[in-house]
Write a protein that binds this ligand. Structure first.
Ligand SMILES: *Cc1c(COP(=O)(O)O)cnc(C)c1O
Length: 388
């Protein structure tokens, strides 16, 4: 009997990877550098929480790594996105353009400001927002009033555009920046998945007016939980620090808070982990890219399955390796068989506009996003699993 597509996928993954345990998780962190030393230093010194030198150091190291003037560390990527929107003055009654195919955090951050996500379609070439289709759409629904963009249908201001670099691959950032310029819509990069990726040699996260990173446990590097805001604008940087640290005015002993702030600061102990992880990032990315090449070769001749390669001009961190499975196959059956074999593969996110919580949000036609969401299968991608 010929092997089923699931069996072929399973045996190909087994050929490429080496397992420590019975199962092969989707993505696990690796701690091979100064993680223990720096965390121990925090414990020994007692500086574990809201004050300490590792936060400053991690912010400097991150800014250098990402090619921006300022990095502000926060508790997680969602909080980073929330503050980016807040800094741009996004508020109740506004709309924010985001892909329908992204993690729910992108939409949630918009909701926290009181604004509404407005979903846009993605492209098969890089899995991010389809810039051409968005350009077309804006010329139909939008108009400029005093340099600000409004949705003619809802009369709401379109206050921001948030492209997301899916699985570490650069979205059409050049064209999206041109649209942002043309329509007066500030651009925030959701670079949560893209730390270490570049486009034309320039780090992702350095293109937007503001950008957000995540250091959750499943991301390319981790601080346990954490995130960062990136920007070249020193006013935004200063306000971001202030807002994320309860907006306390500097004073030797008095508690004066000059606006309603947030307790979003990253604890020193997490930043210590971050400093050590960031030192390891080049090595992690090298291994991730080697794993991606091995998968690419191994899946080359498998009928009905294609390995998603980094888009042109992008050097991707290959955060999650992606297979596109022909629609003739039952993806859930493939997922079940992979899990039975200890391979913890995952589908892409359900389209956000298909979640009850966002079903009433405005949206363009998202046929390509829907197709992608149906055919994407993410396979184990930890930097440590490549066979030597
Ligand atoms: C992980 C992620 C986030 C949020 O990061 P957290 O640190 O988990 O809050 C936001 N957007 C995208 C696309 C992500 O993948």
């Amino acid at each position: 009997m010929p092997l089923s597509v699931s069996q072929k996928i399973i045996s190909t993954i087994n050929e490429v990877t080496a397992r420590k345990d019975k199962s092969l998780p989707l993505h696990e962190p690796e701690f091979n550098g100064n993680e223990w030393a720096y965390v121990k230093d925090c414990l020994d010194s007692g500086w574990v929480s809201s004050v300490g030198a590792y936060v400053d150091r991690f912010e400097d190291d991150l800014a250098r790594q990402c090619g921006v003037a300022h990095a502000i560390c926060v508790v997680n990527g969602t909080a980073a996105l929330h503050i980016c929107l807040h800094l741009l003055g996004v508020r109740k009654g506004d709309e924010v353009l985001i892909p329908a195919l992204t993690f729910v955090a992108t939409a949630n951050a918009v909701h926290y400001t009181g604004a509404t996500p407005h979903f846009v379609d993605s492209t098969e070439t890089n899995l991010g927002i389809d810039a051409e289709k968005l350009g077309q759409y804006l010329s139909e629904i939008a108009e400029l009033r005093d340099g600000k963009c409004y949705n003619k249908k809802t009369d709401c201001r379109i206050a921001a555009l948030i492209p997301m670099h899916v699985f570490g691959h650069a979205s059409s950032i050049t064209q999206l920046l041109a649209l942002s310029e043309k329509w007066g819509i500030p651009l925030i990069e959701d670079a949560a998945e893209a730390l270490g990726s570049t486009f034309h040699g320039k780090p992702l996260g350095s293109f937007g007016t503001l950008s957000a990173l995540s250091f959750n446990g499943n991301k390319i590097m981790t601080t346990g939980g954490g995130g960062a805001i990136l920007t070249n604008n020193s006013e935004f940087a200063k306000r971001a620090k202030h807002l994320t640290t309860t907006a306390k005015a500097p004073h030797r002993f008095e508690f004066i808070h000059d606006e309603i702030g947030y307790n979003y600061r990253m604890p020193n102990i997490n930043a210590a982990l971050g400093c050590a992880q960031l030192e390891q990032l080049p090595g992690i990315i090298e291994k991730k890219r080697a794993l991606a090449s091995a998968y690419k070769i191994a899946f080359q001749n498998l009928n009905g399955v294609s390995f998603f390669e980094e888009p042109k001009d992008c050097n991707s961190n290959y955060w999650l390796n992606t297979l596109l499975l022909d629609v003739k196959y039952d993806k859930n059956q493939v997922l079940r068989e992979c899990h039975d074999a200890g391979i913890l593969a995952r589908p892409a996110w359900k389209l956000l506009k298909d979640l009850d919580i966002y079903s009433k949000s405005p949206s363009m036609d998202v046929a390509i996003s829907r197709h992608l969401s149906n055919v994407i299968l993410n396979i184990p991608s930890s930097s440590s699993i490549i066979k030597n």
